[in-house]
Design a protein around this ligand. Structure first.
Ligand code: IYR
Length: 228
């Protein structure tokens, strides 16, 4: 038994048959390939219990020393969404009108983004993800967490996948800087904003840029002789 009192338990893991693995991974890939980042949302609400389950799924992410250094703020209140939109648009105006390089602006052209962020009010739910670099501790003051960026990044990836699997579209939005989120949402000092994720159904006739994903050869390198 460790100091914290945890014990080791047997892992529940059933090997699937090769046929099952083949079929499941094909279906999984097809579902993942159909995911697109959405910037135009319907104002229709989405079932909150589904959203909460997706957040629980994100919370299954691995994290440094299992510290689970994340907090997901679920925002549906129109006045809070409005405050977030106004603050984000102020920062983004400065980004698009001077803080971003010409090359960056050029790279963003296919996505037709600008400083205006109506989706921050139109999407029925905003999930503001905070990372916890440390935990307050009565004795030590600050207890450092580990690999916080990696842990929260993985959790966000799992959240986006869980939402997609559940039929909810998402936008990974990184207004920069994001300090305004801490102020508006009154987050404690040990939390820093990591990502803002508007979620919901795509608007009717929602368009997305015509982009392709890199092939396996482009995103992987093999070190081994297996051909299959
Ligand atoms: N944060 C800005 C700009 C932006 C940057 C990147 I990199 C993107 O992939 C998309 C947008 C915005 O949200 O408009």
């Amino acid at each position: 038994m460790s100091e914290e009192g945890t014990v080791q338990v047997s892992l529940a893991f059933d090997r699937r048959s090769p046929e099952e693995m083949d079929a499941i991974s094909r279906e999984m890939l097809e579902r993942y390939q159909s995911r697109r980042t959405v910037r135009h949302f319907s104002t229709d609400s989405v079932p909150m219990d589904v959203v909460e389950r997706c957040i629980l799924a994100a919370g299954t992410a691995p994290s440094g020393a299992h510290k689970q250094p994340w907090c997901f703020c679920i925002i549906t209140a129109p006045d809070v969404k409005k405050q977030i939109r106004e603050a984000a648009e102020k920062e983004e105006y400065a980004n698009y009108h001077g803080r971003m390089s010409d090359r960056w602006l050029n790279d963003l052209e296919p996505f037709e983004t600008d400083h205006l962020k109506p989706h921050l009010e139109e999407a029925p739910v905003l999930i503001a993800v905070f990372r916890q670099a440390w935990e307050p501790d009565e004795v030590e003051g600050k207890k450092q967490n580990y690999y916080v960026q990696e842990s929260v990044g993985i959790a966000c990836g799992m959240l986006i996948s869980a939402l997609h699997e559940s039929g909810i579209a998402a936008l990974t939005h990184t207004p920069s800087p994001m300090g305004f989120l801490s102020e508006i949402l009154k987050r404690p000092a040990h939390e820093k904003a990591f990502l803002l994720i508007p979620i919901g159904y795509p608007s009717k006739g929602c368009k997305v840029p015509d982009i392709a994903r890199k092939s396996l050869d482009e995103i992987s390198v093999k070190f081994g002789s297996e051909t299959k």
